[in-house]
Design a protein around this ligand. Structure first.
Ligand code: G3H
Ligand code: 13P
Ligand code: ZN
Length: 316
């Protein structure tokens, strides 16, 4: 099976109360770890590529790696998605490069400018059979070179449900990333994690059946934070979104959940452990191999949290 878009995945996820994991890929080991997990769990998959990933690995390498993953897993639907496209030109380039889904993130523009930019991308992408995700409201944390709003300010930039209805109607976008209190990266909350589920609920009432997306959804698991710190890292106050909150959201119309930081932490913890325990080691396969396995285990765990194990068949 060739790459697919996310339409059928979202339709089934919405209807049956689960979410699709959207995992960031930057190289071969990360991709292989993710794909090994979804192959074992028979889960639908969104592989997402940021602008940073495009410039780090180059699109031709990433596309070739993903093409192999698709060819080797004909019974699993795999979507290739641009994460946080910032301009029409980037999104157009990705559509032309064979992506089946693109995100245009106009969330730091005014409402009207966000609509105009999103509509321009939707028109081009739909003409080429590609689906589009947009974002309304603002997240905190750091993504690419853009520093998001501060934790204190996150709750003042939540998605407005009425604006969401107008935005979806005027742009024709296929899914919407909502701001409900999450942030990118490992430092999402200083004290108790708080998410605005009422925003998801209200949008669900106003736009029944419309797929929502949750960014900044890593949980920053204590086990991995502790391992990183134990083996010489420095992530003392890292805190993420509780996994129960992710499961809850996936039953409320959140069909796509973006996870990057948890995979980075799994990989980093394992590499640090190998370095610390076998300081004489200098064969990259001896730390990248275990790191790939750690990614696989983390993704398998996330698929349980998202409730999408065994759902590949119904999303084809
Ligand atoms: O949204 C951000 C993702 O974690 C991707 O991060 O832009 O550093 O590749 P990146
Ligand atoms: P995390 O940093 O929480 O993994 O979020 C990733 C993300 O939203 C990518 O778009
Ligand atoms: Zn994001």
């Amino acid at each position: 099976m060739a790459l697919v878009d996310s339409k059928k995945m979202f339709e089934m996820a919405y209807k049956n109360g689960y979410a699709i994991g959207a995992f960031n890929v930057n190289n071969m080991e990360i991709t292989q770890g993710i794909v090994a997990a979804i192959a074992e769990e028979k889960a639908p998959l969104i592989l997402q590529i940021s602008r940073g990933a495009r410039s780090y690995a180059s699109m031709s390498y990433l596309k070739a790696i993903i093409d192999v993953a698709v060819a080797e897993n004909p019974d699993i639907p795999i979507c290739m998605h641009l994460d946080h496209g910032d301009t029409f030109e980037t999104c157009k380039q990705c559509v032309d490069d064979g992506f089946t889904s693109v995100m245009i993130d106009g969330s730091h523009h005014s409402f009207e400018d966000n609509i105009a930019l999103t509509k321009q991308v939707v028109d081009y992408a739909h003409d080429h059979g590609v689906v589009v995700e947009a974002e309304l409201g603002q997240l905190g944390g750091i993504e690419e070179d853009v520093v998001g709003i501060s934790e204190e300010d996150v709750m003042n930039h939540l998605t407005d449900p009425d604006q969401a209805v107008e935005f979806v109607e005027r742009t024709g976008v296929d899914s919407l990333a909502v701001a409900i209190g999450t942030s990118h990266g490992a430092y999402k909350f200083k004290t108790e994690p708080k998410l605005a589920f009422e925003v998801v609920e209200k949008i669900g009432e106003k736009l029944p059946g419309f797929p929502l997306v949750m960014h900044g959804s890593s949980s920053v698991l204590k086990e991995f934070k502790d391992l990183i710190n134990k083996y010489g890292g420095a992530m003392p106050d890292a805190m993420g979104v509780p996994e129960e909150a992710i499961t809850k959201a996936s039953k409320m119309g959140v069909c796509k959940v973006n996870i990057d930081t948890d995979l980075r932490m799994a990989m980093t913890a394992k590499i640090r452990q190998v370095y610390a325990e076998t300081p004489a080691e200098f064969d990259p396969r001896k730390y990248l191999g275990p790191a790939r396995e750690a990614i696989k285990d983390m993704v398998k765990h996330k698929l349980q949290v998202l409730g999408c194990c065994g759902k590949a068949g119904e999303c084809m």
